[in-house]
Design a protein. Structure first.
Length: 90
């Protein structure tokens, strides 16, 4: 690869010697505990709270309830089927 990098697809603990660890799965929490201080990963703990639309909508609704003036910047959002009643009435 460019810049002299090598690509390793091994997942066993002996192969955790890279500088950058790219994770492309939804189950990434087990990787964080194996990282060394000098290693970097393409995610951060709790990232799914922002990256998944349904969780982002719930977090925004929670914050809007706590801080109504500050959180009026996003459109009304429903997470279906949980919010179906509210969705039908609006």
């Amino acid at each position: 690869l460019e810049r002299g990098w090598t690509l390793s697809e091994a997942v066993d603990e002996a192969k955790y010697a890279s500088n950058l660890y790219w994770v492309d799965t939804i189950h990434i929490s087990q990787h964080f505990s194996k990282l060394q201080p000098w290693q970097r990963i393409n995610h951060f703990p709790g990232m799914s709270e922002l990256a998944r639309k349904s969780r982002m909508a719930r977090n925004l609704a929670r914050m809007e309830k706590a801080f109504p003036k500050e959180y009026k910047f996003h459109p009304k959002t429903w997470v279906l089927p949980d919010d179906m009643t509210s969705f039908k009435t609006n």
